[in-house]
Design a protein around this ligand. Structure first.
Ligand SMILES: NC(=O)c1ccc[n+]([C@@H]2O[C@H](COP(=O)([O-])OP(=O)(O)OC[C@H]3O[C@@H](n4cnc5c(N)ncnc54)[C@H](OP(=O)(O)O)[C@@H]3O)[C@@H](O)[C@H]2O)c1
Length: 310
């Protein structure tokens, strides 16, 4: 159980997820946060990570550092997605286990479930079918991370758990056009179309696929709850359990950014899976549910983009 004075290492504290965890922990009065940026500690360097753990002795670890990106980045840099994630996970989870860390939360992802998973996706579907080929490198690395946590629990009684968040959005997201996910990508494109007075914005695909989105502050709230209340080798989903079509998303993004032009759909581009949504019965049973309304969260994320990126 986290205490106000607990020594907590948030690995990846400048990223979308890590920064939200740090914010949440500070709000809750946890002052002893250990944060080391990439320049101070390269998490792929197992020796440096081991030294850091020996010196700092974190009692709790949120492992939110990873090489993350969209389809284009995954297919352009498969070796980095596989090798860097394997290294980061092995270095941090092993150092935590060896240096007396009381509990560690590892971040999996809904996108590592099988390509044809039955919807809504329950936790038992992990490894129940072939992966989506475009992000298989990242998926294999993440699955290895989950297995490492489970293996250390079985062999060394180490209290590591793995959470499976759905698609996230919020402040500190990556708005780089080359590497961004659907929400930051759309916010940027609609914002730029508004500024340039473009008559229409074209969205990839038919607009009919359905996707689930969770505000990263809701995720951070869930991860703190899991750190305090969940101690089991089984993975646990974190999402809203609700999905919207890409066309509905584009309409909301247009409204939030104030774009008044037309929204067109390029049906020559692939749609991907028709539906992707998590079953969240397990985390609901622990008393958690998302609180942030989608439109409100998106508007706040757009304000953050205007203030920090644009
Ligand atoms: N974003 C999503 O929609 C989503 C959905 C489900 C699960 N997740 C999971 O959540 C976790 C965090 O994702 P995110 O979206 O927050 O990613 P992110 O915004 O890219 O943040 C990742 C963080 O990891 C750090 N990092 C990467 N490699 C490092 C290294 N070698 N040494 C030190 N730091 C390193 C980055 O540092 P720099 O700032 O220096 O680059 C960055 O702060 C990942 O495990 C991801 O799989 C994310």
């Amino acid at each position: 159980m986290l205490k106000p004075e607990s020594r907590i290492f948030v690995a990846g504290h400048r990223g979308l997820v890590g920064s939200a965890i740090s914010r949440r922990l500070r709000e809750l009065g946890h002052g002893a946060l250990l944060e080391a940026g990439r320049e101070a500690l390269d998490l792929t360097d197992a020796v440096a990570v081991s030294d850091f753990f020996e010196k700092e002795r974190p009692e709790f670890v949120f492992l939110a550092a990873a090489k993350v990106g969209g389809i284009l980045a995954n297919s352009t840099y498969p070796a980095e997605f596989l090798a860097q994630n394997l290294r980061i996970q092995d270095a941090v989870i092993t150092a935590a286990m060896r240096n007396g860390t009381e509990k560690l939360v590892f971040l999996g992802s809904s996108c590592i479930y099988p390509r044809d998973a039955v919807q809504p996706i329950t936790e038992d579907q992990l490894l129940a079918g072939p992966l989506e080929p475009t992000n298989q490198w990242y998926a294999i690395a993440k699955i290895a991370g989950i297995k490492l946590v489970q293996a250390y629990r079985q062999q060394h009684d180490f209290a590591g758990i793995a959470a499976m968040p759905t698609n996230l959005y919020g402040p500190n997201d990556n708005f780089d056009p080359e590497g961004s996910h659907v929400i930051p990508g759309m916010l940027r494109r609609f914002h730029e179309a508004k500024l340039s007075g473009a008559p229409s914005v074209t969205v990839w695909g038919s607009g009919t696929p359905k996707r689930e989105f969770l505000h990263v502050d809701d995720l951070a709230d869930a991860l703190v709850l899991l750190m305090n209340r969940y101690d089991n080798s089984e993975i646990i989903n974190v999402g809203t359990g609700e999905d919207i079509t890409i066309a509905e998303l584009a309409q909301i993004v247009a409204e939030v950014t104030g774009y008044a032009g037309e929204i067109a759909f390029d049906t020559s581009k692939p749609d991907g899976a028709p539906r992707k949504v998590l079953n969240i019965d397990k985390i609901r049973a622990l008393g958690w549910q998302p609180k942030i309304d989608f439109r409100t969260g998106l508007a706040e994320t757009y304000r953050w983009y205007c203030d920090h990126v644009d």
